[in-house]
Every structure is written in C-alpha cells, then in structure tokens.
Design a protein around this ligand. Structure first.
Ligand code: NAI
Ligand code: MG
Length: 359
C-alpha cells in the first residue's frame, strides 16, 4: 500500500467549491485505479473565512496547510468583499498564505489541446505541438524592492528597486532544472542581461547551477525576444525560468496561447516537494452557483500535484489523457463551446473525465 498523502482542500468562494468538488472525485478515482491513498482535510479561506471567522486566513487553516503534503485551492474573492479594508480582503489572504508557506515559485503550464485550437486567436499551425511551462520567481525582484518618491531637479520622481540575491536565483534555477529533467530536458532562462545587473547575476548563477544538470540543455533568451518567440513558435519552448516581473508578463502571454482561462492549472512551490495547486482563474462571480463553470483547470491542477509533489506520473498521465479524450469526443463547457447551446455543466464534465480515467 502506498503511503497516505495529506491534502489540504480549500474550496474558497464563487465557483471555487463547484470546481474543487469535481477535482475531489478525480482524487477518489485515482485511489481506486492506482492504489494511492489520500487523506483530505477541508479548511476555510478567503471571503467565506472572512464571513465565518473574521479573517481571510484563519490560523487553523494555516495549520491544516502546514501539516499537509500539498494544498488544493479553488479560488477566492468576489464583489461582496471588494470594498473591505485591506486586512479583510480575500486577496490579502492569498498573499499571506504564499508567504507563510514559503512558496517562492509559480509554475504555469500552457498546453494546447488540438481540438481547442479554434479557441485561440493564433493560427492553428503556429500552435501545433505547444506544451510548455513557465517557472516564475515569486518573492523577489522589483515587486518587492524598496519604492519611494522624491523631489528631483525636474519635479517629482518615483523609484522602484530591483534586487536579487544569489540564493534566490539558485533555488529557483534548481527547481526549473529539476522540472526540465522530468520533461524534454530543455530549459530556457529568460533575462535582460544586456542591460540589467540583476539579470547578469541571474545568468551567472543559472550557468553555475547548470553544471549539476549536464543532461539538461540550457539556452539564454532575452525577455523581449522571448515575448516574440512565444507568439512566433511557441512549440520551441519546453521549460522557461525567469524572474518575477518578466514571469508575470510572460506567463499571462503564454496562457493566452491556449484560449481559455478555464483550462489552465498552476502550482506554487517552495523548498522540498510541498506545493499549493490551483486553477489560474478566479472565483468567476458572474457564473457562480449556476453549475456551468469549467472544472478542467482544477482537475489539471491535481495532475500537476501528482507530477510535482508526489511523483505519481502514471496517475497524472491518466488524468491528462482522460481530459484529452473527453474534449476530443466533443464535450464542452460553455466557456470553450463554439455552439453554446450544446454546452454541458460542471458536474457532467467532471463525471465524464472521471469515467474516462484508466490505469
Ligand atoms: P475570473 O477568472 O474569476 O473570471 C474572468 C472571466 O472568466 C469571467 O467571465 C468568468 O466567468 C470566466 N471564467 C473564469 N473561470 C472560469 C471557469 N472555470 N469556467 C468558465 N468560465 C470561467 O477573474 P475576475 O472576474 O477578474 O475575478 C473575479 C474574482 O476572482 C475577483 O474577486 C478576483 O479578485 C478573484 N481572483 C482570484 C484568484 C485566485 O483565487 N487565485 C485569481 C484571479 C482572480
Ligand atoms: Mg498577472
């Protein structure tokens, strides 16, 4: 019998509970098919936690996460809490949980499903074969550097500082090399080393770390060129690693190659194998409670958890293959349907995927 893995489940707000319920069915089916064992513990987080506990991130929720092997998160937020003071906003909880759990990288796969190529604004032949992952540094760089205003000779000036230390670069580089190793062994490190000192440190460090990964082919790409190549030949990339701000922009660009936000999974990782897994989309208040949200982003987040935290590649493969089969057979939720009148609901989509899973 496999070791029991503990998963903290945070459904959150809006469509969060609807899509997470389908992902839990996938967990259960994985136990039946593969003999893996999961123990799930539910916790309150976000808007619902504000309503019931008076804070977006209750202490007991943090404890549930800290004692788990991984966290599965739906989505948080909604208009009900938008005008709350900062400490009573769901998004504050999101930043708080990442910090408290030491999550320093954000992993975003962008995979093109052949049958959904019409959902993208790019030509199908450009998208052919695209299957890449953006590894973004999450806790350093210009978003976290010192910022201030001052009076300059020509009026007011604003200053944002970008700081990276060697350790911050090294740990994310190692993580990216490890991920590249489980895929096609190609890593693109993105920087602006022709202009920025932080980028020069980034590149030196990545090169030094690469000595430990001789099996992974490393290339350096300048960020502006990377932005162009993502649109021109996205299939040439496998794993992309980059600093915080470049990663923010490039991961959104890569996401749009795929056409639908309802399909995109993500992970936030720290040291070791622990990770927080969640769909890229938000709580979609406009469709919450209607049973029409696409559960695939959350279901694929479970597959990502299996790959990155548990090393259950067989079960991940089973989920990914099931999703592809169900889509190939023409099943669509409203967000990815060309003819909306034929769209199926959240539960129906989840069940089709569960039924299509095989060992
Ligand atoms: P959103 O991603 O919730 O929705 C954007 C659009 O995409 C909406 O029209 C929505 O109906 C649609 N959509 C999103 N996910 C879908 C799915 N699974 N199936 C079908 N359609 C889907 O982004 P929005 O509207 O900007 O934010 C709504 C709330 O979510 C806000 O309170 C925001 O702060 C929060 N949010 C939370 C995130 C998180 O929990 N990590 C991330 C992004 C936003
Ligand atoms: Mg962004």
């Amino acid at each position: 019998m496999a070791e029991v893995k503990k998963i903290a489940v945070i459904a959150g707000d809006g469509i969060g509970p609807e899509v997470v319920a389908e992902a839990e069915k996938v967990l259960k089916r994985t136990e039946e098919l593969f003999g893996y064992q999961f123990e799930t513990e539910h916790a309150l987080f976000g808007g619902i936690a504000i309503d019931e506990k008076g804070t977006p991130l209750p202490e007991e929720t943090l404890q549930v996460c800290q004692s788990a092997d991984a966290v599965l998160l739906g989505a948080v937020g909604g208009p009900k809490w938008d005008n709350n003071p900062k400490e009573l906003r769901p998004e504050t909880g999101l930043l708080g949980i990442r910090k408290a759990l030491g999550l320093f990288s954000n992993i975003r796969p962008a995979v093109i499903f052949d049958c959904l190529k019409e959902a993208s604004t790019l030509k199908p032949e450009v998208l052919e074969g695209t299957d890449l992952i953006v590894v973004r540094e999450l806790t350093g760089g210009i978003y976290f550097g010192e910022k201030f205003r001052r009076e300059g000779a020509n009026g007011q000036e604003a200053v944002d500082t970008c700081v990276y230390n060697v350790n911050e670069v090294e740990r994310i580089a190692r993580q990216a090399f490890e991920i590249a190793r489980t895929r096609s062994k190609k890593l693109a490190s993105v920087d602006k080393a022709n202009v920025l000192e932080t980028s020069r440190l980034w590149r030196e460090t990545v090169v030094r770390v690469s000595a430990d990964y001789p099996d992974v082919e490393l290339e350096h790409v300048l960020v502006d060129n990377c932005a162009m190549q993502l649109l021109r030949r996205p299939s040439s990339f496998d794993v992309i690693v980059t600093e915080n701000m470049f990663g923010d922009i490039l991961s959104d660009e890569a996401a749009m190659l795929t056409g639908s936000i309802g399909m995109l999974s993500s992970a936030s990782l720290g040291e070791g194998s622990f990770g927080l897994y969640e769909p890229v989309h938000g709580s979609a208040p406009d469709i919450a409670g209607q049973g029409i949200a696409n559960p695939i982003a959350t279901i694929l987040s479970v597959a990502l958890m299996f790959r990155l935290t548990f090393g259950y590649h067989d079960a991940a493969e089973s989920i990914e293959r099931a999703v592809k089969e169900v889509l190939d057979a023409g099943n669509r939720t409203g967000d990815i349907a060309v003819d909306k009148s034929t769209a199926i609901g959240t539960v129906a989509m989840g069940q089709l995927i569960v039924d299509a899973m095989r060992k």
